[in-house]
Every structure is written in structure tokens, then in C-alpha cells.
Design a protein around this ligand. Structure first.
Ligand code: COI
Length: 368
């Protein structure tokens, strides 16, 4: 049965921050969407309410054993005034596939889409218009049964909040970043949680990224946990390298997240006339590629930043400098193509956009 969502609107709407002040994940819109799950009732009591905190029992299992999974997707305002979600179906499917890895129930994809649409519809005024901005949605699933035995919870909560965002790293979205090649710690082992958007993966990444930042780097390059030889992800993003005229990215595995921007890049590459390969890439190959001139570009891809060019990779002893402080040509082409589709400036030939509000309905409502 489809989810029925009840809405209680805030009586104290806040003002949208100025585009220059947005940053990433600092501001929150006026409402929260919540759905509860119990063994007896399944998903029930779906509601959009004025933004508020939760009361969690101190014994709630998420606080002890970390059953927590999240998504991140964006709603865009086009120049014509429409509001549209980018690849909401893919995000719903990914959450649906990830939840069983943590023994959690997930919303059916149509319910996930309905929840995201209903939320964005209520939060229309929170979708910023400036280039490079969006309303970032954070759907999250947590276990909230008060119980200290180690087993899956018998109660869960799905919630969705919205954050108007600008560029992920702040400032110039395409400024190449400096990356530390992490050879001690791992983000995710084989057989672990790395392929799903578990909160625990991000906890596992924090110490190395704090160390990298202290050493003057922006983020870390994650290598495979067994040999520490092959590249897996960069910061919170999938990784791409350009050797000669070929775009290369590591194949998905149980330690690499199936990024939706990664998938979009691979889907768009043929139409842009770019050869793409999914294959393992070693740090050695990156070092050799820089030495012999075949390594042209390295960049990360993710929903938050879209594309994040890498200007330098370093182990302390080996330093790989890529480009001249400017984003590479291929990174830029993908950035322009993807952000163009998201904002309605380039055609969406793949059905990636879901319209939530059409400018026609907004102007009709204004005339009433
Ligand atoms: C993304 O790149 O979209 C991410 O996953 C980063 C997010 C956790 C802030």
C-alpha cells in the first residue's frame, strides 16, 4: 500500500540564507519528514512536521551498534522556475539495496520517491536558484529500539531533512584539491560495509582525514584494505583518472560505493565521445603515468561536489602533481554536462529528472 503522508506546516518559516553563505550542510529547511517501522505495523505514521529534534531512548540500538544508513540527493531550481529532483529513483534503489546489509527494512522505491517529492513540495521556497546551489536532501534510516543485546533492532525510523547548499568544499567548486595517499588506515575491507552508505563508513574515515588536513591536505585517497596498492575512493567520492584519452575508474566491489554521479559519468561518456574503462588502478600506475606523461587528470565524483578535480596526490615520499592548478578538460566537460542536465539547461534524455513543481503551476497559483 502506498505511503500516506500527513503534513503539518510550520507557523514560523525561516528565511533562506544568501547564496554566498550557503556552504554545505550548515543550514536546514523548515520541516522534517518522519516514518516509523515496527515488526507489527511495517512502515506507518508518515508525516511532514515542523523541523524538530527527536527523543531517543539512551538504549536505542543506533547509539550502541550503529545501525544507520543514509542517502544524499539534490533538488534543483531551473532557470524557468521548475523544481526537479536528480536521479531520485536511483537513490531510492540504492537505499533499498543497502538496508539489508545492515539488517534494516527500507522504504519501497516508489515510497522513497513519494516522500522526497512531498518533502520538496512543502519546502519549495528552500530550493535556491543561484548557479551551483541546490536543496540537498538527507534521507536517513536508524534503529530506535531500546535494547542492548546485539541483534537487529525491532524498530526503525526513516527521516528526511533538507539543507540548502552551495559548493561542498566552500569557495570555488572546481578548485583542484590536494590529496594524501593513506597507506595505514582503510575506509572499508573486503566483505565490509564499503559498498553501502552506512554511517559507519564515514566514522571509519574521520581520523585519517583529520590527520591529512593537519598535514595541509584536503582529503585522503583510500586504497584497498588488503594490499594498500589499488585506489578505491577519494575522500567521500568515487575516483576517476584519465590516462591518455581514456577515462578509468575502479570497478564496483564490496568496498566501493556505487556512486550515482559515478554511474552518470559512465553513462554520459559515450555521448561525449570519451572512452571509459572500469578497471583496477594502482598507485604505482598513477606515479608511472605522471612520470611518462600519460596521466592527464584525476577527479572525484559525488552528489555533494559533483566533480572535484585533484591537483596533487602525495604519500610524503612520492608526490604526483596533476595539471596546472586548473580543472582538467574532461572533469570540466562532465561537470558542465551533469550540472546542465540538473538545472534544465541541457536535455535529459535518460529520464534522470523528476519534476516536483512546475513553473506553470507556480504562476497559476500566484494569479488566484
Ligand atoms: C557525496 O559526495 O555525495 C557524499 O557522499 C558526501 C556526503 C557524505 C556529504
Amino acid at each position: 500500500m502506498a505511503l500516506e503522508i500527513r503534513t503539518t506546516r510550520t507557523t514560523h518559516p525561516k528565511a533562506l540564507p544568501a547564496p554566498a553563505e550557503l556552504g554545505f550542510g550548515k543550514h536546514f529547511s523548515d520541516h522534517v519528514l518522519v516514518v516509523d517501522w515496527s515488526e507489527k505495523q511495517g512502515w506507518h505514521d508518515a508525516r511532514i512536521e515542523p523541523y524538530h529534534g527527536f527523543t531517543l531512548d539512551p538504549a536505542a540500538s543506533v547509539l550502541h551498534y550503529g545501525q544507520a544508513l543514509f542517502e544524499g540527493l539534490k533538488a534543483f531550481r531551473t532557470d524557468a522556475g521548475d523544481i526537479q529532483l536528480f536521479r531520485v529513483h536511483a537513490h531510492g534503489e540504492r537505499m533499498g539495496k543497502g538496508a539489508p546489509r545492515l539488517c534494516m527494512p527500507a522504504l519501497e522505491t516508489p515510497d522513497f520517491i513519494a516522500a522526497a517529492k512531498a518533502f520538496v513540495n512543502v519546502e519549495q521556497s528552500w530550493v535556491p536558484a543561484a548557479q551551483g546551489t541546490a536543496l540537498y536532501l538527507r534521507p536517513t534510516l536508524i534503529a530506535d529500539e531500546p535494547f542492548l543485546g546485539v541483534r537487529p533492532s525491532s524498530r526503525y525510523k526513516f527521516f528526511l531533512i533538507g539543507s540548502p547548499v552551495g559548493s561542498y568544499y566552500g569557495g570555488d567548486a572546481l578548485k583542484p584539491v590536494r590529496i594524501w595517499i593513506e597507506t595505514e588506515q582503510s575506509r572499508a575491507p573486503r566483505g565490509g560495509l564499503g559498498a553501502v552508505k552506512a554511517a559507519a563508513n564515514y566514522a571509519a574515515s574521520l581520523q585519517a582525514s583529520v590527520r591529512a588536513k593537519k598535514a595541509g591536505f584536503d582529503q585522503v585517497l583510500w586504497l584497498d584494505a588488503k594490499e594498500h596498492a589499488y585506489v578505491e575512493e577519494v575522500g567521500t567520492m568515487n575516483l576517476f583518472a584519465v590516462f591518455g584519452d581514456t577515462l578509468v575508474t575502479p570497478p564496483l566491489s564490496d568496498s566501493i560505493l556505487a556512486g550515482i554521479t559515478r554511474d552518470s559519468i559512465l553513462a554520459l561518456a559515450p555521448a561525449l565521445g570519451i572512452k571509459a574503462e572500469e578497471r583496477r588502478v594502482s598507485v604505482r600506475e598513477l606515479i608511472e603515468g605522471q612520470k611518462n606523461g600519460t596521466l592527464k587528470e584525476v577527479f572525484g565524483s559525488g552528489t555533494a561536489a559533483v566533480i572535484s578535480p585533484v591537483g596533487e596526490l602525495s604519500t610524503g615520499t612520492d608526490k604526483i602533481v596533476i595539471g596546472n592548478g586548473q580543472p582538467g578538460e574532461i572533469a570540466l566537460r562532465f561537470y558542465n554536462e551533469i550540472t546542465g542536465i540538473q538545472r534544465g539547461a541541457r536535455p535529459d534524455t535518460r529520464g534522470w529528472l523528476t519534476k516536483v513543481v512546475s513553473s506553470a503551476s507556480v504562476s497559476a497559483a500566484a494569479q488566484l
